[in-house]
Design a binder for this molecule. Structure first.
Ligand code: SF4
Length: 439
């Protein structure tokens, strides 16, 4: 245990930072390509990208040595992760890891393994990638630490329940479930109490595993930090209300990693403070995410992780920018509600009112508000084969948005994780036709 703890500290505080600075030096020393520079449609790269890489590289590198050194919890993305921090848990988000697998295009390989075990290809690509990674030990991040606790909240979908049950069976460890009733309008008091009671039970389990007691002051402090971090993230998103937007929706997808994985930490808040300042400075200087932003769009649903590059190039070349997305916005909406004066009660409210746990009228009104505030002329609704709860009702949303927000809307059939359920040619044709409709 002591040796492992030393390895863990050295990995996080010495080797991790050394590797990231080595990488920077390698890039600096790499011979520059000769000949004329290739023209591209994007504005200058964000300087914060380097800090983002540092933080996330260190996070995954130190994580390799976390099990055996500190308690480890694997959590779903809509889980009130803050609660674990004062108890010293290292938290892993299998969904975030699966997104990396998707960017690296290893989902088909991992999925093949679980499909042979009887899991259907219709199951969410994140679940298939994660279970495949657990079964094979293959991962683009080197190694994921083994969990001591699994924490699953059904506010995003029911898939996570069955996925985490499979993990609990595999690792033979406890699974804590936070069951959030679906919300029509506003969650009634008894629903919130039901969720709060489960959060209190979670505390008991987490304390038992760590042998520590969580102090109310520590819980209030981490809640305060998570709230600040979410608001800073909201400030970054708000910068795109300006014209031109200082970054693109595709940038947002990558820069959301710390608010997902490190919410409630100083590191997360420092990062977003710096990013917000950089974006606001770009706004002042009129620097856009695109060199020439002619049309502003909204994106709905998860990104197509393995095709972000191709799609962002196509849109940017034509002056189209996703200036807001319902997905990145979700990480602001919940966190801004949590309140240090009532950590558990406010968490119950915040994590019940997650976009995927809310009815279609709520989603429509959110999208109309975003369309208005970010002044978009159109929207692309990604009908995601993997994520059914996010995709259900999109054809109704399309009609209502067109009629009530007076914007042009298209539905794009794709998948956020598995390239086998995606045709780049078809998607490009459909997006090109959509862009031409604005001519
Ligand atoms: S189905 Fe959707 S919400 Fe559920 S794990 Fe997959 S991507 Fe996340």
């Amino acid at each position: 245990m002591i040796t492992r703890r030393i390895q863990y500290e050295i990995a996080g505080n010495v080797v991790g930072p050394f590797l990231t600075s080595l990488d920077k030096w390698r890039k600096k020393l790499r011979p520059k390509k000769k000949g004329p520079k290739k023209e591209h449609p994007f504005g200058p790269p964000l300087e914060s990208v380097n800090r983002l890489k540092d933080i996330m590289t260190r996070y995954y590198f130190q994580g390799r040595y976390a099990d055996g050194a500190v308690p480890v919890a694997w959590v779903t993305s809509g889980f009130p992760v803050e609660i674990f921090r004062p108890l010293g848990f290292w938290t892993v988000y299998p969904e975030n890891h699966a997104a990396i697998c998707s960017v690296q295009r290893v989902v088909p390989e991992l999925s093949d393994v679980v499909e042979k075990e009887g899991y259907a290809r219709d199951l969410c690509g994140y679940a298939r990638a994660d279970i495949g990674s657990v079964m094979t030990g293959k991962t683009p991040v080197g190694r994921l630490p083994k969990p001591d606790l699994l924490a699953c909240c059904t506010n995003i979908c029911q898939t996570v329940l069955y996925w985490y049950r499979a993990l609990a069976e595999h690792f033979k460890i406890p699974l804590v479930l936070i069951d959030t009733p679906y919300v029509y309008g506003e969650a009634p008091e008894h629903h919130r109490q039901y969720v709060k009671d489960q959060l209190l039970e979670l505390l008991e389990v987490a304390q038992k595993i760590t042998g520590k007691t969580i102090e109310p002051e520590a819980l209030a402090e981490v809640t305060r930090k998570a709230n600040i971090g979410s608001k800073l993230w909201g400030r970054c998103l708000d910068a795109s209300k300006n014209k031109p937007a200082p970054w693109t929706g595709f940038d947002e997808f990558f820069h959301m990693a710390p608010i997902v994985s490190l919410r409630g930490s100083d590191e997360c808040n420092d990062y977003y403070r710096g990013l917000a300042e950089e974006l606001e400075d770009r706004v002042k200087r009129g620097v856009g995410g695109l060199k020439k932003e002619t049309h502003r769009l909204m994106w709905d649903n998860l990104p197509i992780w393995f095709n972000v590059r191709g799609m962002s190039d196509l849109l940017a070349q034509n002056g189209f920018n996703f200036v807001c997305t319902t997905y990145t916005n979700a990480w602001y909406e919940a966190g801004k509600v949590i309140d240090e004066r009532d950590p558990m009660g406010s968490a119950a409210k915040a994590y019940t009112h997650i976009i995927l746990n809310e009815d279609l009228p709520k989603r429509l009104s959110l999208m109309k508000r975003l369309a208005r505030e970010y002044d978009v002329v159109g929207a692309v609704l990604h009908s995601d084969r993997s994520c059914k709860p996010y995709s259900i009702g999109q054809y109704d949303l399309k009609d209502r948005l067109q009629a009530e927000a007076n914007i042009r809307v298209m539905v794009l059939e794709a998948d956020h994780a598995d390239p086998r359920a995606f045709s780049a040619e078809q998607a490009d044709n459909r997006l090109t036709a959509f862009m031409e409709s604005f001519a």
